[in-house]
Design a protein around this ligand. Structure first.
Ligand code: HXC
Length: 259
């Protein structure tokens, strides 16, 4: 499939990589780009050979936000009537296999929100995160006011949303927004390394782990723990549980078959 705003490739036949590709606009996110991104991720999700995905941008920008020029003239009827954002921006949330955001440079507004919709963020040391929408007379619209406080707490989320300031990679790691920070030239190696580790495991288990961690943000503790317990019990019905434990007991490498 030909793409205009993204590049799509696989690594080692098992990691699906989507690179946002609007360099002149710092990967500003428009509707067709989000459609292409969603379709590419869904295709990887449906491909049994793919065990993990990476969403990344350029060295200068993961994404500098929603395309301001494209939305500047929108009316309420355009946004509400056409279900702007909800229609296609959150497809990444519906992907069942793990998705890593590899962030270099600016991740602002919708770019920061897209990174936060992924399962975890690996950042280059030049990464800058922010929700600067307040400077445009709006507020975050793709979950920024909800996912940022869950990641970094109320104080920093309020600071970011109300002042529009950027957070550097060190602050983002300190605050729990990103899981790892590496030198910019090592970003893709690090993200790919993490993805390949994930690909070694049973896809049933990695999907269940993802689903269960995400449940922590949707439910109270007792319900979340019960959800986890049921998935944990269910995995004992898989051949991969037998294989993983037999391999450990017999001191050999497991060969998971995703069944
Ligand atoms: C459209 C953008 C853009 C954006 C940058 N560009 N961000 N175009 N939408 N969000 C364009 C610039 O207009 C410019 O085009 C080119 O990219 C390079 O940007 P510069 O500003 O020249 O680069 P620099 O001086 O390095 O500054 C980088 C920057 C700045 C700090 C990231 O571009 C900036 O503040 N951008 C806007 C960030 C922002 O407000 N994001 C939130 C958007 S609202 P030309 O043609 O002049 O070369 C949002 C709402 C989310 O995301 C709602 C739900 C998704």
């Amino acid at each position: 499939m030909a793409h205009e705003f993204i590049q799509v490739r696989t690594e080692a036949g098992k990691v699906g990589i989507v690179q946002l590709d609007r360099p002149k606009q710092l990967n500003a996110l428009n509707e067709p780009l989000m459609d292409e991104l969603g379709a590419a991720l869904k295709a990887f999700d449906a491909d049994p050979a793919i065990g993990c995905m990476i969403v990344t941008g350029s060295e200068k920008a993961f994404a500098a936000g929603a395309d301001i020029g494209a939305m500047a003239g929108y009316s309420f009827a355009d946004t509400y009537g056409r279900d702007y954002i909800t229609r296609n921006w959150e497809t990444v949330r519906t992907i069942r296999k793990p998705v890593i955001a590899a962030v270099s440079g600016f991740a602002l507004g919708g770019g920061c929100e897209l990174a936060m919709m992924c399962d975890f963020i690996i950042a280059a040391d030049n990464a800058r995160f922010g929700q600067p929408e307040i400077k445009l007379g709006i507020i975050p619209g793709a979950g920024g006011t909800q996912r940022l406080p869950r990641a970094v707490g109320k104080a920093k989320a309020m600071d970011m949303a109300l002042t529009g300031r950027m957070m550097d990679a060190a602050e983002a790691e300190r605050s729990g927004l990103v899981s790892r920070v590496v030198a910019v030239d090592k970003l893709m190696d690090e993200a790919l390394g993490a993805a390949l580790v994930i690909c070694e495991f049973s896809q049933l288990a990695t999907m269940a782990a993802k689903e269960s961690v995400n449940r922590a943000f949707e439910s109270g503790l007792s319900d979340g723990v019960m959800f986890e317990r049921r998935l944990f019990h269910a995995l004992f019905a898989t051949a991969d549980q037998k294989e993983g434990m037999d391999a450990f007991v017999n001191k050999r490498k497991p060969h998971f078959q995703n069944r």
